[in-house]
Design a protein around this ligand. Structure first.
Ligand code: MG
Length: 251
Protein backbone atom coordinates (compact mmCIF):
# COMPACT_ATOMS: atom_id res chain seq x y z
CA UNK A 1 0.00 0.00 0.00
CA UNK A 2 1.24 3.46 -0.85
CA UNK A 3 0.32 5.99 1.83
CA UNK A 4 -1.39 9.26 0.97
CA UNK A 5 -0.64 11.96 3.50
CA UNK A 6 -2.95 14.79 4.51
CA UNK A 7 -1.89 18.42 4.08
CA UNK A 8 -1.16 18.58 7.82
CA UNK A 9 1.02 15.48 7.61
CA UNK A 10 2.92 16.90 4.67
CA UNK A 11 3.52 20.08 6.66
CA UNK A 12 4.91 17.90 9.48
CA UNK A 13 7.21 16.16 7.00
CA UNK A 14 8.26 19.57 5.67
CA UNK A 15 9.32 20.56 9.18
CA UNK A 16 11.52 17.46 9.34
CA UNK A 17 12.71 18.37 5.85
CA UNK A 18 13.63 21.88 6.95
CA UNK A 19 15.90 20.47 9.68
CA UNK A 20 17.29 18.05 7.12
CA UNK A 21 18.03 20.73 4.53
CA UNK A 22 19.79 22.98 7.02
CA UNK A 23 21.81 20.00 8.26
CA UNK A 24 22.95 18.96 4.80
CA UNK A 25 23.86 22.57 3.89
CA UNK A 26 25.86 22.86 7.09
CA UNK A 27 27.69 19.61 6.31
CA UNK A 28 28.40 20.74 2.77
CA UNK A 29 30.00 23.92 4.12
CA UNK A 30 32.37 21.78 6.20
CA UNK A 31 33.57 19.60 3.32
CA UNK A 32 37.22 20.48 2.75
CA UNK A 33 40.63 18.78 2.67
CA UNK A 34 41.72 17.43 6.05
CA UNK A 35 38.23 16.97 7.51
CA UNK A 36 37.40 13.41 8.52
CA UNK A 37 34.07 11.78 7.79
CA UNK A 38 33.74 11.04 11.54
CA UNK A 39 33.91 14.79 12.22
CA UNK A 40 31.09 15.39 9.74
CA UNK A 41 29.03 12.67 11.40
CA UNK A 42 29.55 14.24 14.80
CA UNK A 43 28.51 17.67 13.47
CA UNK A 44 25.38 16.17 11.92
CA UNK A 45 24.31 14.39 15.07
CA UNK A 46 24.91 17.46 17.22
CA UNK A 47 22.91 19.66 14.84
CA UNK A 48 19.97 17.27 14.51
CA UNK A 49 19.67 16.77 18.26
CA UNK A 50 19.90 20.56 18.79
CA UNK A 51 16.76 20.90 16.65
CA UNK A 52 14.79 18.49 18.83
CA UNK A 53 15.02 15.85 16.10
CA UNK A 54 16.51 12.36 15.88
CA UNK A 55 19.19 11.12 13.44
CA UNK A 56 17.13 8.47 11.65
CA UNK A 57 20.04 6.40 10.39
CA UNK A 58 21.73 5.82 13.74
CA UNK A 59 20.87 2.29 14.80
CA UNK A 60 18.78 1.65 11.67
CA UNK A 61 19.35 -2.07 11.04
CA UNK A 62 22.46 -1.61 13.18
CA UNK A 63 24.00 1.26 11.19
CA UNK A 64 26.47 2.91 13.59
CA UNK A 65 26.29 6.58 12.56
CA UNK A 66 24.01 9.54 11.83
CA UNK A 67 25.18 10.02 8.23
CA UNK A 68 26.39 7.83 5.43
CA UNK A 69 29.67 9.28 4.17
CA UNK A 70 30.74 7.83 0.85
CA UNK A 71 33.89 9.21 -0.83
CA UNK A 72 34.87 8.65 -4.48
CA UNK A 73 34.01 5.14 -5.73
CA UNK A 74 31.88 4.49 -2.65
CA UNK A 75 28.32 4.82 -3.91
CA UNK A 76 26.29 4.71 -0.70
CA UNK A 77 26.21 3.56 2.94
CA UNK A 78 29.81 4.46 3.77
CA UNK A 79 30.44 4.36 7.52
CA UNK A 80 32.01 7.59 8.85
CA UNK A 81 35.48 7.14 10.29
CA UNK A 82 39.08 8.36 10.25
CA UNK A 83 39.22 8.95 6.47
CA UNK A 84 40.56 12.47 5.82
CA UNK A 85 39.15 14.17 2.75
CA UNK A 86 41.67 15.14 0.09
CA UNK A 87 41.61 17.78 -2.63
CA UNK A 88 40.04 16.24 -5.74
CA UNK A 89 37.84 13.82 -3.79
CA UNK A 90 34.08 13.81 -3.95
CA UNK A 91 31.98 12.95 -0.92
CA UNK A 92 28.38 11.76 -0.92
CA UNK A 93 26.58 12.57 2.30
CA UNK A 94 23.21 10.95 3.01
CA UNK A 95 21.29 11.93 6.13
CA UNK A 96 17.91 11.15 7.64
CA UNK A 97 16.02 13.29 10.13
CA UNK A 98 13.05 12.22 12.25
CA UNK A 99 10.98 15.02 13.77
CA UNK A 100 7.77 14.30 15.68
CA UNK A 101 7.72 10.84 14.10
CA UNK A 102 8.03 12.05 10.50
CA UNK A 103 11.09 11.31 8.41
CA UNK A 104 13.03 13.32 5.83
CA UNK A 105 15.74 11.65 3.75
CA UNK A 106 18.13 13.31 1.33
CA UNK A 107 21.65 13.27 -0.02
CA UNK A 108 24.15 15.19 -2.09
CA UNK A 109 27.63 14.66 -3.48
CA UNK A 110 30.07 17.47 -2.70
CA UNK A 111 33.39 18.31 -4.35
CA UNK A 112 36.38 18.50 -2.01
CA UNK A 113 38.10 21.68 -3.15
CA UNK A 114 38.80 21.50 -6.89
CA UNK A 115 37.85 18.36 -8.80
CA UNK A 116 38.58 17.30 -12.35
CA UNK A 117 36.15 18.50 -15.05
CA UNK A 118 34.77 15.05 -15.84
CA UNK A 119 33.88 14.44 -12.19
CA UNK A 120 32.38 17.91 -12.02
CA UNK A 121 30.16 16.95 -14.95
CA UNK A 122 29.17 13.71 -13.18
CA UNK A 123 28.00 15.72 -10.16
CA UNK A 124 26.05 18.19 -12.30
CA UNK A 125 24.35 15.46 -14.32
CA UNK A 126 23.31 13.44 -11.26
CA UNK A 127 21.97 16.55 -9.52
CA UNK A 128 20.07 17.42 -12.67
CA UNK A 129 18.76 13.83 -12.98
CA UNK A 130 17.33 14.26 -9.49
CA UNK A 131 15.60 17.48 -10.54
CA UNK A 132 14.07 15.98 -13.68
CA UNK A 133 13.01 12.87 -11.75
CA UNK A 134 11.39 14.98 -9.02
CA UNK A 135 9.62 17.05 -11.69
CA UNK A 136 7.65 13.89 -12.59
CA UNK A 137 6.12 13.76 -9.09
CA UNK A 138 2.80 14.91 -10.49
CA UNK A 139 -0.62 13.40 -9.73
CA UNK A 140 -1.69 11.27 -12.69
CA UNK A 141 1.85 10.29 -13.65
CA UNK A 142 3.13 6.81 -12.88
CA UNK A 143 6.07 5.81 -10.71
CA UNK A 144 8.21 4.74 -13.63
CA UNK A 145 7.87 8.19 -15.21
CA UNK A 146 10.33 9.23 -12.49
CA UNK A 147 12.59 6.27 -13.27
CA UNK A 148 12.58 6.94 -16.98
CA UNK A 149 13.36 10.65 -16.60
CA UNK A 150 16.36 9.89 -14.39
CA UNK A 151 17.74 7.18 -16.66
CA UNK A 152 17.32 9.27 -19.81
CA UNK A 153 19.16 12.24 -18.33
CA UNK A 154 22.04 10.13 -16.99
CA UNK A 155 22.57 7.90 -20.01
CA UNK A 156 22.44 10.83 -22.45
CA UNK A 157 25.67 11.96 -20.79
CA UNK A 158 27.35 8.56 -21.01
CA UNK A 159 27.12 7.73 -17.31
CA UNK A 160 25.51 4.64 -15.72
CA UNK A 161 22.50 4.36 -13.46
CA UNK A 162 22.91 1.76 -10.73
CA UNK A 163 20.04 -0.67 -11.07
CA UNK A 164 20.04 -2.61 -7.84
CA UNK A 165 19.65 0.44 -5.55
CA UNK A 166 16.31 2.24 -5.57
CA UNK A 167 14.35 5.15 -4.13
CA UNK A 168 11.34 4.56 -1.91
CA UNK A 169 8.16 5.81 -0.32
CA UNK A 170 8.77 7.59 2.98
CA UNK A 171 6.74 8.86 5.93
CA UNK A 172 6.65 7.39 9.42
CA UNK A 173 9.02 4.65 8.26
CA UNK A 174 12.14 5.39 6.24
CA UNK A 175 11.45 2.76 3.60
CA UNK A 176 7.85 2.41 2.50
CA UNK A 177 6.23 1.33 -0.73
CA UNK A 178 6.76 1.80 -3.60
CA UNK A 179 10.29 1.09 -4.74
CA UNK A 180 11.48 3.68 -7.25
CA UNK A 181 14.13 2.36 -9.65
CA UNK A 182 16.28 4.85 -11.54
CA UNK A 183 15.68 3.13 -14.87
CA UNK A 184 12.84 1.72 -16.90
CA UNK A 185 10.21 2.56 -19.50
CA UNK A 186 7.73 5.35 -18.69
CA UNK A 187 4.06 4.80 -17.81
CA UNK A 188 4.45 1.79 -15.53
CA UNK A 189 3.82 1.14 -11.86
CA UNK A 190 1.40 2.79 -9.47
CA UNK A 191 -0.32 6.05 -10.34
CA UNK A 192 1.05 9.00 -8.40
CA UNK A 193 -1.68 10.59 -6.28
CA UNK A 194 -1.93 13.78 -4.24
CA UNK A 195 -0.36 13.18 -0.82
CA UNK A 196 2.17 10.55 -1.82
CA UNK A 197 5.71 11.25 -0.62
CA UNK A 198 8.75 9.61 -2.20
CA UNK A 199 12.49 9.67 -1.62
CA UNK A 200 13.86 9.99 -5.14
CA UNK A 201 17.55 9.19 -5.32
CA UNK A 202 19.63 8.74 -8.46
CA UNK A 203 22.83 6.78 -7.81
CA UNK A 204 25.21 7.05 -10.73
CA UNK A 205 28.61 5.65 -11.67
CA UNK A 206 30.96 7.46 -14.05
CA UNK A 207 31.86 4.03 -15.51
CA UNK A 208 29.78 0.87 -15.75
CA UNK A 209 26.62 0.20 -13.72
CA UNK A 210 28.06 -2.64 -11.59
CA UNK A 211 28.46 -2.41 -7.83
CA UNK A 212 30.15 -4.49 -5.15
CA UNK A 213 29.35 -4.82 -1.47
CA UNK A 214 32.24 -4.43 0.97
CA UNK A 215 32.83 -7.07 3.60
CA UNK A 216 31.66 -4.56 6.26
CA UNK A 217 28.15 -5.38 5.02
CA UNK A 218 27.30 -1.71 4.34
CA UNK A 219 29.68 0.02 1.94
CA UNK A 220 28.65 -0.23 -1.70
CA UNK A 221 31.37 0.56 -4.26
CA UNK A 222 31.31 0.95 -8.03
CA UNK A 223 32.57 -2.34 -9.40
CA UNK A 224 35.07 -0.73 -11.76
CA UNK A 225 36.36 1.76 -9.18
CA UNK A 226 34.93 4.73 -11.08
CA UNK A 227 33.61 7.80 -9.25
CA UNK A 228 30.05 7.43 -7.93
CA UNK A 229 27.43 10.01 -7.00
CA UNK A 230 24.19 10.13 -5.03
CA UNK A 231 21.63 12.93 -4.92
CA UNK A 232 18.31 12.62 -3.12
CA UNK A 233 15.22 14.62 -2.17
CA UNK A 234 12.12 13.76 -0.23
CA UNK A 235 9.31 14.98 -2.53
CA UNK A 236 5.54 15.25 -2.05
CA UNK A 237 2.97 15.13 -4.86
CA UNK A 238 0.60 18.06 -4.29
CA UNK A 239 -2.26 19.60 -6.28
CA UNK A 240 0.18 22.34 -7.26
CA UNK A 241 2.77 19.80 -8.44
CA UNK A 242 5.97 18.43 -6.90
CA UNK A 243 7.01 19.89 -3.55
CA UNK A 244 10.59 19.20 -2.43
CA UNK A 245 10.46 18.80 1.35
CA UNK A 246 14.26 18.71 1.76
CA UNK A 247 15.37 21.78 -0.24
CA UNK A 248 19.07 21.52 0.66
CA UNK A 249 20.09 23.10 -2.66
CA UNK A 250 17.96 26.25 -2.31
CA UNK A 251 19.39 29.49 -0.96
MG1 MG B 1 16.68 7.15 0.69
Amino acid sequence: MIHRRTEEQIEAMARAGDVHARCLKMLGSKVRPGVTTAELDEAAEKFILSQGAIPTFKGYRGFPASICASPNSLVVHGIPGPYELEKGDILSIDVGVTLDGWIADGAATFPVSEIDPETERLLEVTHDALRVGAAQMIPGNRVSDISHAVQTRVEAEGFSVIRSLVGHGIGQAMHEEPQIPNYGPPGRGAEIEVGMVFAIEPMVNAGGPGIVMDEDGWSVYSEDGSMATHFEYTVAATREGPRVLTPWDED
